[in-house]
Design a protein around this ligand. Structure first.
Ligand SMILES: *Cc1c(COP(=O)(O)O)cnc(C)c1O
Length: 357
């Protein structure tokens, strides 16, 4: 990346960080990366103190939501090295999201360099407590002040980071998911479900709120056409262990292609367990439960890595996986994935991107 300017904060806020009271996404580290697209090119890459930005009320993103984001994590390893997990996959996915949203693409190498340089500068924010890390949130949005409904001529790309704690707490009974049979997250054909674009999230809030009011943690989405095939859960992909088989919904254009999902499929393949990636009807899961064959259900995503599901509720029926309490496969996959991320286990696949001092 040409001409990166770095202006460090004169007053670090790191001293105020309270690791015992860390809420996901609430505290931002000292710096942010920003660059601007105008006159046909991305320009002016900078790392500056994190803080408010100026935006005109007429900025197109505020009206038409032409934007995309990403989510990845950096970890402080047992050897003192900082590692980003597969940032190249997030760079590639952001390029796809940008393409779909008519946003000028961000070069994948520039994306990885921006994230790496920023994490390097704020490496002091990464705790060595087990399960802690630095969540990295890149976002790109249209910035031109214009109310015509068309793609913008100017954009901002910003990367910010948040210190985050462990998700997997001892004594967890697993997530409870309400199978959503009324609202839809995405359109079945030709929609934007496979992109990480902001509008996909605002439209899910009412279903999520209703589910929480009914005592569930999250919604498990069915396809937007027939409400018959399972898609994913909130910001996480889903896997089922039925007998000895592992099944996950195939990427069908409506499902977000999770980096964690892809990594888990590979780790299972390393164990000679072939994951069946195909359409998974909710009826199949109900039938497996009735047969006593629904062993484990788990969800995967950057924030939580791998999380067991303790309860699925479909049309008022509770389906509890047989091994929900011990969740042996879920736990072993969590241990293996996080072992690689923290440098405890050898990284055979070359997934870690070390942030050099
Ligand atoms: C980000 C996201 C995921 C998980 O993707 P990871 O790359 O594993 O973090 C799954 N579903 C949705 C809808 C998402 O936005």
């Amino acid at each position: 990346m040409d001409g990166l300017v770095i202006r460090r904060t004169e007053r670090s806020r790191l001293g105020d960080l309270d690791l015992d009271r860390l809420v996901f996404g609430e505290v931002f580290s000292d710096h942010m990366f920003t660059m601007t697209y105008r006159n046909g090119a991305w320009r002016g890459p900078e790392i500056v103190p994190y803080g408010p930005i100026e935006i005109e009320p007429g900025a197109m993103t505020l009206h038409y939501a032409q934007m995309a984001f990403e989510g990845l994590k950096a970890f402080l390893g047992v050897d003192g090295r900082v590692r980003l997990f597969r940032p190249d996959r997030n760079a590639a996915r952001m390029r796809l999201s940008c393409g779909r949203m008519c946003i000028p693409e961000i070069d994948e190498d520039d994306f990885v360099e921006a994230v790496t340089r920023l994490v390097d500068i704020d490496r002091g924010w990464i705790s060595d407590r087990p399960g802690f890390g630095l969540y990295v949130r890149p976002v790109v949005f249209s910035a031109e002040p214009h109310l015509e409904v068309r793609p913008s001529n100017s954009y901002r790309f910003i990367v910010m980071t948040c210190p985050v704690g462990a998700y997997f707490r001892t004594g967890d009974t697993g997530l409870s998911l309400k199978v959503e049979d009324h609202f839809a997250r995405t359109a079945p054909h030709g929609g934007v479900g496979e992109t990480k674009t902001s509008a996909n999230y605002a439209t899910t809030f009412s279903a999520g709120r209703q589910a929480r009011e009914q005592g569930f943690d999250q919604v498990l989405w069915l396809d937007g056409g027939e409400h018959r095939y399972i898609e994913e859960a909130g910001l996480m992909n889903v896997f089922f262990r039925i007998g000895d088989r592992i099944v996950t919904p195939a990427l069908n254009g409506a499902i977000l292609p999770g980096v964690t999902r892809e990594s888990i499929v590979t780790l299972l393949d390393d164990r000679d367990i072939a994951v069946e990636e195909r359409p998974v009807a909710i009826d199949e899961i109900v039938a497996a439960f009735d047969d006593g064959a629904l062993e484990e259900v788990f969800v995967t995503g950057t924030a939580a890595a791998v999380l067991p599901v303790g309860r699925l509720n479909f049309s008022g029926r509770d389906l509890k996986p047989k091994q929900a309490e011990t969740a042996p496969l879920t736990r072993s996959l969590y241990d293996e994935l996080t072992g690689i991320q923290y440098g405890r286990i050898e990284d055979h696949h070359g997934w870690n991107h070390t942030v050099e001092v």
